[in-house]
Design a protein around this ligand. Structure first.
Ligand code: F6P
Length: 495
């Protein structure tokens, strides 16, 4: 049977047609709409996020409820007595239920346990060990409980399907099930799942696994993360594993563990890349950074120690050292969006990257050529598309990454069918994008040779590889991710 293409409309129709009298609830830490004060007025906007993009049509069709932490400085001003606001604010179709956390709770739950313990625990980067503070763990448990109460108020004992997002809520699904066993609960874990040997370093490994196994459906980006979860559940909890079904039986209950590779809105990104504003940005950048006649490389990341930015810069330096003919001919633009800046390890990585870029420019730069161009301010969608289109090669060098959407955004924006992707084999994306030049970011000498290979790749070969990757990403788009998960949840609920 022909596999139909997933799009916004198909996802909408699926939910509309199938949900019946079930209510649909999504929970995430980040909210899909945020209200802030600007010039004495309340304004709203949507964070640029694949997750919001995919789940928005589901929520609109389901007229459901999205539960998230209220973070905007005007968020409290627009909610009703039940902390709800109808969204999208300009054309309300579903409800956003905001949960308020104190500064102390955000510190222990988000900055502490989620991002200083679980994030490094699940990303194997060697250099940033997890920090397991008991106080953070206690706050994490408390915040998961606060969210469980909010969900319970929203569902009010009725029939419901719930989709929990990410590692901020490892305990939530079990709590929801305890309140109402009839609710069908799924969760998507947006980061990798490590091996048992790594996961067992967590002092609360059993509680976390027990919480996750409260889900009916548990999703990861790749089969290998699913396999790691099965192995961890077997060793840490002594749970029964059904490898054929990819399921765990724990406390007499079965949790299905399946891969749902997240993606981008390929058609939208391609359309956006093909507009006048992007062309103007390209011309502006080309003039401003003197790019004419140069080979342009780009890196675009959230400033995170998992992204392998220092390794990328070391490889670039090695490339300039080993292949002196390219000096003066290659420019590398490194765009880095600041992230989680209150956390020490994130401050350190920012400084390390700045020092490395300065070092390269001092050692190799000339009066007429700056090898590395840092861009640290938030870029507009047009500027990001311009960078992707200007690049002869794009480098994604994560040390470990659940999926990595930069790689997919790059190919979706290449409406000219050209450009080379250098991609770390330690990303989830590498499982789908084998036509990229795959690298081991820890092997700096080889990485430097791969930069040369990317620059020298003949045009027909570049186009062949780009076409293949575009075909994959256009088909495995963000709506397939949302659609497959929601379809599975609907069938598990027996609707
Ligand atoms: O990759 C996991 C993830 O939670 C994404 O869903 C999100 O875009 C990213 O990390 C950034 O997270 P934060 O909400 O901490 O800025």
């Amino acid at each position: 049977m022909k596999d139909l293409k997933w799009d916004k409309d198909r996802l909408y129709q699926l939910v509309r047609g199938k949900l019946g009298d079930y209510s649909f609830v999504v929970i995430s830490n980040r909210e899909p709409y945020i209200h802030t004060m600007s010039g004495g007025k309340i304004v709203w906007n949507r964070p640029v996020s694949g997750l919001t993009e995919a789940l928005d049509p589901v929520m609109r069709a389901a007229q459901g409820t999205w539960v998230a932490t209220g973070m905007g400085d005007a968020d409290k001003k627009v909610v009703d007595d039940h902390n709800r606001v109808a969204v999208p604010p300009d054309k309300p179709e579903y409800s956003l239920r905001r949960v308020w956390l104190t500064e102390e709770e955000i510190k222990g739950f988000y900055l502490g346990f989620a991002n200083e313990a679980l994030w490094p625990l699940c990303h194997v980067t060697f250099f940033t060990p997890p920090i397991f503070r008991e106080t953070d763990w206690n706050t994490y448990k408390k915040v998961n409980q606060i969210f469980a109460e909010a969900v319970s108020q929203e569902v009010a004992g009725g029939k419901a399907m719930v989709l929990v997002q990410d590692y901020h809520f490892a305990l939530l699904s079990r709590l929801i099930k305890e309140q109402n066993p009839k609710i069908t609960v799924g969760q998507f874990w947006h980061i990798p799942w490590p091996t048992h040997e790594i996961f067992r370093t967590c002092p609360w490994q059993e509680e976390i696994l027990d919480g996750l196994l409260g889900n009916d459906l548990l999703g990861f980006h790749t089969q290998s993360y699913c396999d790691n979860l099965l192995e961890t559940a077997e060793h840490s909890l002594g749970a029964k594993i059904d490898r054929e079904q990819s399921a765990v039986v724990h406390r007499g209950k079965t949790t299905l563990v399946q891969p749902f590779p997240i993606s981008v809105d390929f058609d939208w990104l391609s359309r956006e890349a093909d507009n006048e504003a992007v062309v103007r940005e390209m011309e502006k950048m080309s003039r401003q950074f003197n790019l004419k006649g140069k080979y342009v490389g780009v890196g675009m990341d959230r400033m995170d120690y998992t992204k392998g930015i220092p390794q990328r810069l070391q490889a670039l330096e090695k490339f300039l050292e080993r292949f002196p003919d390219y000096r003066g001919k290659v420019v590398f633009i490194q765009a880095g969006m600041p992230s989680r800046t209150q956390i020490e390890s994130y401050k350190d990585i920012g400084q390390e990257i700045e020092d490395l870029m300065k070092g390269i420019n001092d050692r190799y730069g000339t009066d007429s050529w700056q090898p590395v161009i840092p861009m640290t301010k938030q870029l507009t969608p047009s500027a990001l598309a311009a960078l992707r289109r200007l690049a002869n090669f794009c480098v994604v060098s994560s040390l470990h990454d659940g999926m990595n959407l930069v790689a997919k955004e790059f190919v979706a924006s290449r409406i000219d069918g050209d450009g080379v992707l250098i991609l770390s084999q330690f990303t989830g994306a590498a499982a789908e994008m084998g036509e990229a030049i795959l690298i081991n970011p820890f092997a700096i000498d080889e990485f430097a040779r791969k930069i040369k290979e990317a620059i020298e790749m003949p045009e027909p070969e570049r186009r062949r590889r780009m076409k293949a990757m575009q075909k994959t990403v256009a088909s495995n788009n963000i709506y397939r991710w949302g659609g497959s998960m929601v379809s599975k949840l609907i069938s598990m609920a027996g609707v």
